[in-house]
Design a protein around this ligand. Structure first.
Ligand code: ZN
Length: 95
């Protein structure tokens, strides 16, 4: 889980997840309320994580696999994203 670049407080999974789920690039620290951004490398990792289940979608359709399992993959990907969040003081373009 990331630590605030301003006050150094470590964010909880819930804090981090809430900030990701808002889909805003700017992340406000729950402790000192200062803005920071998700680091570029971290954003690439988390977006790959979210896209990954879509890559196996054709396999699910082709082999007539249990689709709720895919939803479970999506849920797992979302739940794991806070572990890959790193913060940066500057906003940078994704690619
Ligand atoms: Zn802070």
């Amino acid at each position: 889980m990331p630590a605030c670049l301003h006050c150094g407080e470590k964010w909880t999974w819930k804090d981090t997840f809430k900030r990701i789920a808002s889909f805003k690039n700017e992340m406000v620290c729950p402790y000192c309320k200062k803005s920071q951004y998700q680091a570029k490398s971290s954003r690439q990792k988390t977006s790959m994580l979210i896209v990954a289940p879509s890559l196996v979608l054709p396999v699910f359709v082709l082999f007539d696999l249990y689709l709720p399992l895919l939803l479970l993959c999506y849920a797992a990907a979302f739940l794991l994203t806070p572990f890959f969040v790193k913060l940066a003081k500057e906003n940078a373009p994704l690619w």
